[in-house]
Design a protein around this ligand. Structure first.
Ligand code: F6R
Length: 606
């Protein structure tokens, strides 16, 4: 999510802006930039990737005392330097959080006056405000008019060349706060950016305008009359802010899943049309084999994709743990694509696996969350997961972002190989709306999963069983359970159970059965009943459709029933309740959920 910071005062503005942007990094972003006044001239510096890249571009001790800064999370236009903020048109420079919905119409009009360089909606806002200022000859009137014209959400911090000692701010539906301390004025999209300096702040309300100069912040209401504002005090810490009111990052990140899906859609298939994917994703037509490599949950995302790629895109897939791939004999095939999956993009084994594949002259594609990370930089191609910053060690939203990207690739290959028609591909894509609604429903039912967690949290062991893609989901659900609750948990292919593992089933052993695939549902259900006959307690995870079709007797203790979307997207909605189940089991056991013992978020050693 984008972030804004602004500063006016006696200290070095660029240092304070960089510090503020770093404090906003937790929101997730792909590029950053600042604009500052240097000797009565606006300087703009931008950079792709981390704020530290931007920092490297700045000279030390720049004698500037006023500026605005931004971290951008791409919505309109690719995450590159041109699209990064600040944007400048005419004499107007600004940074923007939010989405301007009518930017296409506005741009058409403004193109008569301005030449646009970026693909962003933000540059249109700069053009509009500049245009209105030239018409009105008054900044407050121009900003008031801009608020009447712009549709959508925005928080804007604006500088004008003819008044370079002042910052103006307006907002609608995107937050913006202002603060003043020891003759220094601050502006930010969230208190994290300025908490180092002050915890007292003012909230800019919709329709209001703030004018900030070195002496004071002046607030105007919609009639352009000066108003007095109430001051708020923030009592929490930086970590509290980052948790957004949730008790743990893991819970917050599970709730972020909706915005992650929305962001993926907005960035790759805004009109839910297969041609958008053709344009934005690499061409897969030349490959006749795919190898997917990852570690832990990323490997599990690959396992889920294997089932989908093979069944719906008719392409053979090998899935390899990166730590094994590194040291095994490989048989490079010039028509093989090697896909590396990694949230951090820094996992040592995955990075070495990538280098091995490249040394063997195979094409490589990274599916990566962290922008400009090593694997993203070294892969021939990269598709970003756009899941934002993930802080809990146990991955949730980034895993699901990986699975969604792999789903989209499945649809694309299937379409490119003419297995499905354009109409069918678009039908799958339009189901993405259902994915968002179903995930919302699941999150609303969060307390139901807590109730199930309360019935199992004292257990010492658990088994997750399923077949085909359901087995891949079992692997991920079981990892989530064991890594944060420390309950010994195993995932097993349901049919393999009776070749040994079933001897571990005794009275009250918890068996969680995932049944989302029609053609094998009855088989897994029989396997679940076999464990029931040996005393297990069963938690059934299935779709409403399969439940109606296959469940005639109550052989289970608890059931998690998700609404069927389609065979591709079912894999995503099945996982969210299981992540919540693990979370609540660990919560009631009193474990350290966000930082489980012995684990690290990014495993950069072998
Ligand atoms: C489990 C988990 C890990 C990571 C694995 C790979 O919840 O987070 O299993 O999936 O360490 O990490 P990345 O994706 O950063 O390569």
């Amino acid at each position: 999510m984008c972030g804004i910071v602004g500063y006016i005062g006696k200290n070095n503005a660029t240092n304070i802006l960089i510090e503020g942007l770093k404090a906003l990094e937790y929101r997730g972003y792909d590029s950053s930039g600042i604009a500052y006044n240097l000797n009565n001239e606006i300087k703009i510096i931008k950079s792709e990737g981390k704020v530290s890249n931007l920092e490297k571009k700045l000279e030390e001790n720049i004698p500037s005392h006023i500026g605005i800064g931004h971290t951008r999370w791409a919505t309109h236009g690719a995450p590159n330097e041109v699209n990064a903020h600040p944007h400048r048109l005419g004499i107007t420079t600004l940074v923007h959080n939010g989405i301007i919905e009518n930017y296409v119409e506005l741009k058409k009009e403004l193109e008569k006056e301005y030449h646009f360089n970026s693909e962003t909606d933000t540059e249109v806002a700069a053009g509009l405000i500049d245009y209105l200022y030239h018409q009105e000859k008054d900044k407050l009137k121009a900003l008031k008019k801009a608020m009447e014209i712009i549709k959508g959400s925005y928080a804007l911090a604006i500088m004008f060349d003819d008044e370079l000692d002042t910052i103006y701010a307006i907002r609608k539906d995107s937050p913006l706060i202002l603060a003043t301390k020891n003759n220094e004025q601050f502006l930010a999209s969230d208190i994290a950016a300025i908490l180092k300096y002050t915890n007292h702040y003012y909230l800019l309300e919709q329709g209001e305008i703030a004018k900030i100069d070195k002496n004071a912040i002046t607030f105007y209401n919609n009639d352009l009359n000066i108003i007095t504002k109430k001051e708020y005090v923030y009592e929490g810490t930086q970590t509290d802010i980052m948790k957004d009111g949730y008790d743990h990052f893991m819970l917050k990140e599970i709730h972020d899943e909706i915005s992650v899906y929305q962001n993926i859609i907005k960035s790759y298939v805004p009109n839910l049309n297969i041609h958008e994917l053709e344009e934005k994703f690499p061409n897969f037509t030349k490959y006749d084999e795919i190898t997917i490599i990852g570690c832990g949950s990323a490997y599990h995302a690959g396992m889920a994709a294997k089932s989908l790629f093979e069944e719906y895109a008719n392409i053979p897939v090998n899935v390899e743990m990166a730590s094994e791939y590194r040291y095994k004999k490989i048989f490079p095939n010039p028509k093989e694509l090697v896909i590396l999956i990694s949230q951090s993009g820094e996992t040592a084994d995955t990075l070495e696996a990538l280098r091995k594949a490249k040394n063997s002259h195979m094409d490589t594609l990274g599916i990566i969350n962290v922008l400009s990370s090593s694997i993203a930089r070294e892969s021939d191609n990269v598709i970003y997961c756009l899941a934002g910053c993930e802080i809990a060690v146990a991955t949730t939203k980034a895993y699901l972002a990986q699975v969604l990207i792999l789903n989209l690739i499945t649809i694309l290959i299937s379409y490119q190989k003419k297995i499905i028609t354009e109409e069918k591909a678009n039908e799958y894509l339009s189901d993405l709306k259902k994915l968002i609604n179903q995930t919302k429903d699941i999150l609303n039912k969060e307390k139901d999963y807590e109730k199930i967690a309360l019935s199992i949290y004292k257990q010492r062991e658990m088994f997750f069983i399923g077949r085909n893609i359901d087995y891949a989901l079992c692997m991920e659900a079981s990892l989530k359970m064991k890594e944060i609750s420390y309950i010994h948990s195993e995932a097993y292919p349901a049919g393999e159970l009776k070749h040994g593992t079933i001897s571990l089933i005794e009275d009250n052993t918890i068996v969680i059965g995932i049944v989302t695939k029609d053609d094998i549902a009855s088989k897994t259900i029989s396997n679940l009943k076999e464990t029931k006959a040996r005393g297990s307690k069963i938690i059934l995870v299935t779709t409403d459709k399969l439940f109606k079709e296959y469940i005639n007797d109550k052989f289970y203790e608890e059931a998690i029933i998700i609404n069927e979307i389609n065979p591709l997207l079912n894999s995503l909605v099945t996982m969210t309740p299981l992540q919540l189940l693990s979370y609540y089991v660990a919560l009631h056991r009193g474990e350290s959920i966000d930082k489980p013992r012995n684990l690290a978020k990014s495993v950069t050693v072998e």
